[in-house]
Design a protein around this ligand. Structure first.
Ligand code: PBG
Length: 428
């Protein structure tokens, strides 16, 4: 008999017992995705709880019929149940009158099964979007500031990473390209080259894995010789409407290659409506827009900029990204993006901005995305490497908290690692 109960709502999938082994599956039709979990092993989906440990206490049969057992019970002669047991506190525990409490919230936290029954938020691999860095090379290059992350070769490493992520239930990806310096320019025109790195990678991925969801980043910074998300005027001003013109071409080029969701992360004004119209004009009515609605000018992006070598050559991004001190302003952006036709609203960074996630959740009916950015990832990794925190537990807790704050989906560099934990393949 399986000692695992069926999964809680929102959990990864199917739990079955075959030949007395417990199997955790993501896709019931595919045997390859069933993962044997050793009996008694701790590896199992997080939201699945074993109700009690099995005690192998054989019950000797008395050989009596049902009628004889009932007659014995009526005569008050029945086999003894286990003795009643009143657990004692340690010696020296003070003897007190029970507090006259009508409410003791700990009652609902008494056991793993009760806690699982009353859990308000769940995490599933289907909530994750996996950001992937790609480059022109053949080799995968480790990113120093982001242990465990690589610039992936678009023809090999990228496909392999997607294969592994799909195996643990992650089917959504967002691509970030490292563009050779020689292709960067002040107007970022490489961003809409149909044969550029991103469109090429999208076509390869869609050819190999037609069912995955591909998100793209729409912004000029990887293509800009100035390292800014927009075109820089000679006096340093980031030109809004001219940049939006370029972003529209970029989004259309990505859609043409097969992108499912284009994601403007540039924070120019009016870009959602302009991109929507540009996509529709080219027949891409089915391509969604995930708007970086509340993107803050944050120091938490540091490791990402190292990964893509995309640091601004001068100045900062404060004239377009939001001031971390601001809350109400996120509503101004939310109203604009909703009115302009965004399909998904994103808050970035994630954990330091839980209040903003909740604000958007409470003020919009659209799906909300949270981006657990590079700096958040690197801090958890570093804390883990230094043995200052339990990396896996902090990872899972941080993701759960983003969901609790109101995020439907989470862009996270932990996507594959966390999904592996969720489906019982710890740390793979
Ligand atoms: C740029 C972009 C950035 C990130 C995603 N898209 C960096 C920036 O705005 O400078 C950051 C992601 C991260 O830190 O993980 N358009």
């Amino acid at each position: 008999m399986a000692s695992i109960l069926s999964p809680a709502p929102g959990n990864v999938g199917v739990v079955r017992s075959i030949n007395d082994k417990i199997y955790v599956g993501l896709r019931p039709l595919s045997t390859r995705t069933y993962v044997p979990v050793a009996r008694g092993s701790k590896a199992r989906p997080l939201a699945v709880v074993r109700a009690s440990s099995e005690k192998e206490v054989p019950v000797k049969s008395s050989g009596l019929s049902i009628e004889e057992c009932e007659a014995a019970a009526v005569a008050r002669k029945f086999p003894d149940p286990p003795p009643l047991y009143t657990p004692q506190g340690p010696k020296g525990t003070p003897v007190v009158q029970p507090l006259p409490l009508s409410r003791r919230p700990r009652r609902n936290r008494k056991s793993p099964a009760l806690r699982a029954a009353f859990q308000e938020t769940t995490l599933s691999p289907s909530n994750f979007v996996h950001p992937l860095f790609i480059h022109e090379g053949e080799e995968d290059v480790p990113i120093g500031a982001m242990p465990g992350c690589f610039r992936l070769g678009w023809r090999h490493g990228l496909l392999e990473e997607v294969y592994k992520a799909r195996d643990v239930g992650v089917n959504s990806f967002v691509l970030f390209p490292k563009i050779p310096d020689a292709l960067k320019s002040q107007t970022g025109d490489e961003a809409y080259n149909d044969n550029g790195l991103v469109p090429r990678a999208i076509r390869l991925l869609k050819d190999r894995y037609p069912d995955i969801v591909i998100y793209t980043d729409v912004a000029l910074d990887p293509y800009s010789s100035d390292g800014h998300d927009g075109i820089v005027r000679e006096d340093g001003v980031i030109m809004n409407d001219e940049t939006v013109h370029q972003l529209c071409k970029q989004a259309v080029s990505q859609a043409r290659a097969g992108a499912d969701v284009v994601s403007p992360s540039d924070m120019m004004d009016g870009r959602i409506l302009a991109i929507r119209m540009a996509l529709d004009a080219e027949g891409f009515q089915d391509v969604s827009i995930m708007s970086y609605t509340a993107k803050y000018a944050s120091a938490f992006y540091g490791p990402f900029r190292e990964a893509l070598d995309s640091n601004p050559r001068f100045g900062d991004k404060k004239t377009y990204q939001m001031n971390p001190a601001n809350y109400r302003e996120a509503l101004v952006e939310t109203e604009a993006d909703e009115a302009e036709g965004a399909d998904i609203l994103l808050v970035k960074p994630g954990l330091p901005y839980l209040d903003i996630i909740r604000l958007l959740r409470d003020n919009s009916s659209l799906p909300i995305a949270a981006y657990q950015v590079s700096g958040e990832y690197s801090m958890i990794k570093a804390g883990g490497v230094l043995k200052m925190i339990d990396e896996e537990k902090v990872m899972m807790e941080s993701l759960l908290c983003l969901r609790r704050a109101g995020a439907d989906i989470i862009l996270t560099y932990f996507a594959r690692q966390a999904a592996s934990v969720l489906c019982g393949m710890k740390g793979k």
